[in-house]
Design a protein around this ligand. Structure first.
Ligand SMILES: [Ca+2]
Length: 297
């Protein structure tokens, strides 16, 4: 596909500039854009940084409405991104499978919403996602044990994903929580009136901050998208993860390596723990936030 290479640089300093490319890596983003503003911030960051985006799908709730929002941001940014394929509903899994076959190891799939589409892909074509270099997800919590939103929305799909994939790279909420940008930085972003897409995203953050004044302003999804291209921003290790789908722990992602083997045999009886996932343990939070804020200065 010719329109997935984005080397054109803006001619005027008043326009947004691409900060850095991503070599031969191609990104596919699966998103629940439209609730918290960090999905929009991620898409904008990916375009501003010149990442090669080869597809976007939407997940959870009204996926059609979410897809409209994606298209609006892609066309507002332009520079070729308006031609990136977008799919929702039943078409989402097919587009992901098609992209895995087309781009193989050049492709990284980034899932920044609940993992319903990822599970659908696995059910439809169990080998498709193994063709890609990695599936990077924002979700779960591995060093502090609590139920994160993206897993909690659809724990069964998350369990299918963890029990099936060997190329999973997880950016957990216990790590992304280090990326609270604070009020001062949020004010800088909400005041941004540069390029058309950045302005839309700034206004979305502004509306969200006004509606949720006490919430933290955390860059959950942007870190996952950035980490897909620049993994050095996080330190990580490979561990066994078991998704809890029943009882009071429903939605939790247990880092099974934190338990003794004897206890594991009791707690994970019958569970296939042969697959390890890469999970982020720490992030260069200051480094990432400095890079991110550069987009709005
Ligand atoms: Ca999200």
């Amino acid at each position: 596909m010719e329109n997935t290479e984005f080397t054109t640089r803006p001619s005027s300093s008043s326009e947004a500039k691409d900060l850095r490319g991503c070599g031969t890596k191609k990104l596919f983003i699966d998103t629940d854009i439209g609730d918290a503003p960090d999905d929009s911030l991620s898409l904008y960051m990916a375009m501003r940084m010149g990442f090669s985006l080869v597809g976007v799908t939407t997940v959870f709730g009204d996926t059609k409405k979410r897809a409209e929002k994606v298209k609006k941001l892609l066309s507002a940014y332009g520079r070729g991104y308006e031609s990136v394929p977008v799919a929702d509903g039943d078409g989402a899994a097919d587009l992901i499978i098609e992209s895995c076959k087309k781009y193989g190891k050049d492709l990284t799939v980034v899932a920044i919403g609940p993992f319903t589409n990822i599970a659908k892909v696995i059910e439809k074509d169990p080998n498709a996602l193994a063709l890609a270099a990695e599936v990077v997800i924002m979700g779960g919590a591995y060093y502090r044990q609590y139920a994160d939103w993206n897993v909690t929305c659809d724990p069964e799909s998350a369990a299918i994903m963890f029990d099936s994939l060997t190329n999973l790279n997880c950016i957990g909420a216990d790590v992304t929580h280090r990326l609270d940008i604070g009020k001062e930085n949020a004010d800088i972003i909400t005041g941004y009136r540069g390029d058309a897409c950045g302005t839309l995203v700034a206004k979305e953050l502004d509306a969200w901050v006004k509606a949720n004044p006490d919430d933290l302003r955390v860059l959950h999804d942007p870190l996952a998208v950035y980490c897909a291209v620049h993994p050095e921003i996080c330190t990580a290790e490979r561990v066994h993860v078991a998704v809890i789908t029943e009882g009071f722990g429903r939605g939790m992602t247990l880092n099974a390596d934190a338990y003794s083997k004897a206890y594991m045999n009791l707690a994970f009886n019958g569970r296939d723990l042969s697959r390890k996932a890469k999970v982020a343990k720490a992030v260069n939070a200051r480094g990432f936030m400095d890079l991110f804020m550069e987009l709005f200065r």
